[in-house]
Design a binder for this molecule. Structure first.
Ligand code: GAR
Length: 222
């Protein structure tokens, strides 16, 4: 069984999905610790209520990023995790920090990377009028929201969508996708091969996604 450390900054719904899937035996993992850089993060209460150890490493109480990260590393390493999951962790991490955990640091991001790295992904996707949006789970490398992609989930953008409705639909996919990616990691089925991730035992044909899905309407002559 693998040990996990989960880093959060707020609501913690992705963290909660991982805690629940570990409890249900859907992933072969024990959550060693949940760490938040924000003392007020709602996810801390959810973790504590589930009996998971929590820690706060408040970035505002350190003189610089180096000090903050040293304290974060101490909290992580104290739990001796096999895998560290950034589940809505909203701090940029230094190349040295990322290098320390190469190959065992996963992030979930609310866009189909490499589109829309950074913040406000749903607003930017709507402003661009994209028809397909989604989320990505990837191994973390030194560049922000970069790194070998483990899994992506897509949703169709509806004409009536606003930022809130689109975010809610993507979030539901995030929860499933993150659990799936962590399950694969915990089963030792992921190998990083350059920029790509190979999934051992994955035999299904790669699928094609289309949105809107009404092909008849799409292909009708003008
Ligand atoms: C999620 O949508 C996650 O993808 C995003 O923050 C949200 C956290 O929600 N992460 C990022 O934007 C990281 N760049 P949660 O706290 O309910 O899991």
């Amino acid at each position: 069984m693998k040990r996990l450390a989960i880093l959060i900054s707020g609501r913690g719904s992705n963290m909660a999905a991982l805690i629940e899937s570990a409890r249900a035996g859907e992933i072969d993992a024990a959550i060693g610790i949940v760490i938040s850089n924000r003392p007020e993060a709602a996810g801390l209460k959810i973790a504590a209520a589930a009996g998971v150890a929590t820690a706060i490493v408040d970035h505002r109480s350190f003189a610089d990023r180096g000090e903050f990260e040293r304290s974060l590393i101490a909290a992580i390493d104290g739990a001796a995790p096999d895998l560290i999951v950034l589940a809505g962790f909203m701090r940029i991490l230094s190349p040295a920090f990322v290098a320390r955990y190469t190959g065992r640091l996963l992030n979930i991001h609310p866009s189909l990377l490499p589109a829309y790295p950074g913040v406000d992904t749903h607003r930017r996707a709507l402003a661009d009028g994209v028809r397909i949006h989604g989320c990505t789970v990837h191994f973390v490398t030194a560049d922000v929201d970069c790194g070998p992609i483990v899994a992506q989930g897509a949703v169709a953008v509806a004409d009536g969508d606003d930022e809130a409705t689109l975010a809610a639909r993507v979030l539901a996919v995030e929860h499933r996708l993150l659990v799936r990616a962590v399950r694969l990691f915990c089963a030792d089925r992921l190998t990083i091969a350059g920029a790509r991730v190979r999934i051992r035992g994955e035999t299904a044909e790669p699928g094609v996604l289309e949105a809107p899905s009404d092909k008849a309407t799409n292909s009708a002559p003008p």
